[in-house]
Write a protein that binds this ligand. Structure first.
Ligand SMILES: [Zn+2]
Length: 300
């Protein structure tokens, strides 16, 4: 994973040892395998301090109808019997739930590396308070992967974290995604785009989906704009004539957030967006979405 020939690379970790994000990459790969199997995309891996991988696994609730098969427990089983866990590192794409926090405590892992705790905090405060080292890498990739799944399958997610099935998943569990700024005239296109992005594991914030009945619309939009890490704007003649769209874009740019223009129809590109790379959907939707996914990946 690490290039030995590049002499200019500054090694923050001794040669042969993996950096936390390299260990996380193994857990993310497991999460992606789980997603491809139709399961919840949460993965985990167990390493020795020298970077030796002892075992990895992923959540198999859906695949095996097994509520006890969490990413961590799957990796734990696959690692087999270990004489001691005192020096071992548990790596997981999501903060461990109470059940897995118990496993970490029971076997006395030394360190826990997590992809993210934004979607779900689990027992990380308890672990820290009890002397475990917890490193949160705040991975956009992990947030997007799970966020997209939860958006499509809120009930399975609630089941996994032990929430009542009929209680709607809360916004806090979703994590903020990419804010989609658009004009109502382009609703058909925006709905299709939102669905396709979500299917690809991208977490999005779309007012039509996220704002609940009775919630103050303006406030919810403002709040989301503030929290979303980036914005994508669907450009069309109607959109570039909309004050709302232009205000949302201006806000994101002023806040220093990345903005990705999505060119839906020929139009006069607003001045501040002219230098930005655009995902062009005008002649070919499939090419447009590939371009957009590449642009989003570069931000992650
Ligand atoms: Zn768990």
């Amino acid at each position: 994973m690490r290039s030995n020939s590049a002499s200019t690379v500054v090694h923050l970790y001794p040669v042969g040892m993996l950096a936390p994000h390299e260990m996380l990459a193994v857990a993310i790969e497991e999460a992606r395998i789980g997603l491809a199997e139709g399961g919840i995309p949460i993965g985990a891996a167990i390493f020795r301090p020298d970077g030796t991988l002892l075992g990895s696994g992923h959540n198999r609730r859906v695949q095996h109808h097994d509520p006890s098969a969490h990413g961590e427990t799957d990796a734990f089983r696959n690692a087999g019997r270990q004489r001691s866990y005192r020096d071992l590192i548990m790596v997981t794409t999501l903060a461990p739930c109470w059940y897995c926090t118990g496993l970490i405590r029971q076997f006395g892992f030394k360190t826990v590396i997590i992809g993210e705790s934004q979607t779900f905090e689990g027992g990380i405060h308890w672990l820290r308070d009890n002397g475990f080292e917890v490193r949160d890498l705040a991975s956009r990739e992990c947030i997007g992967l799970l966020g997209g799944y939860i958006h499509l399958h809120p009930n399975i997610w609630n089941e996994d974290i032990g929430e009542d099935m009929d209680r709607p998943v809360t916004k806090a569990h979703r994590g903020p995604g990419t804010f989609i700024s658009y004009c109502r005239d382009d609703l058909d296109f925006v709905d299709k785009l939102a669905k396709d992005l979500t299917t690809r594991g991208t977490s999005i914030w779309l007012d039509r989906i996220q704002i609940r009945a009775g919630q103050a619309w303006d406030k919810a939009v403002e709040n989301a704009l503030g929290h979303c890490p980036q914005l994508m704007v669907v450009l069309s003649p109607a959109a570039v004539a909309s004050d709302n769209v232009l205000n949302e874009v201006a806000f994101a740019l002023d806040e220093g957030k990345p903005v990705i223009p999505v060119l839906y129809q020929d139009c006069q590109i607003p001045f501040r967006l002219r230098r930005l790379h655009r995902a062009d959907f005008r002649s070919n939707y499939t090419a447009g979405i590939s371009d957009l996914m590449r642009a989003l990946d570069m931000l992650m």
